[in-house]
Design a protein around this ligand. Sequence first.
Ligand code: HEC
Length: 174
Amino acid sequence: MSRIFLGALGACMAVAGYQAVTAAPATPAPLPAAITDPDLARSDYVEHCGGCHGVRGSAAPAQLPELLGRVGWFMCTPQSRAYLIRLPNIAHSRIKDNQQLADLVNFVVFGLGGASVPKGSVPFTASEVAYERQFALSSASLKAERARHVESAIRTCHAPAAMRLLYPGQIVKR
Ligand code: HEC
């Protein structure tokens, strides 16, 4: 196969992947007006997060938490909301502009999270992001942190028990 053909194929796949994000996810949700630049938020997600989490927020069966239709549950309590910004890949993001990072996270939560966002949740602001990103979590504490916030979302906001898994249908080895 020629290198030119492979290059063209790659470009097509990249475009298709991008469109998969712009097309409605499984749980379509209007993006909040607080997102100042929705197109930039989408492309920032693809560039900074999509490589691991998948361009549509699903990377199963990779051992990564599924964002699609699930990530919104973390808006349940002030602590679990802060967890989203304190995640190392968010807090230490190369995106230094706090409004731009707030837009990205709001795209992830409301756009990919869809119906999992508890009613009445308010979008992140630049100042909340600026504040919380100072308290970045260490990779070592992530598993316990996630478990704690999942339990509180189940208790407080009736998140489904399957949130204990990284993605629906994950087989947990004991
Ligand atoms: C190098 C791979 C990688 C990149 C890049 C990455 N993440 Fe993650 N992300 C992970 C892993 C691994 C976890 C699971 C951490 C844990 O709980 O052990 C995770 C956890 C999360 C969670 C928590 C979800 C849950 O159910 O607990 C969110 C939200 C998230 N990432 C969003 C993002 C966003 C937004 C970006 C881009 C700014 C991003 N990630 C970039 C690997 C990545």
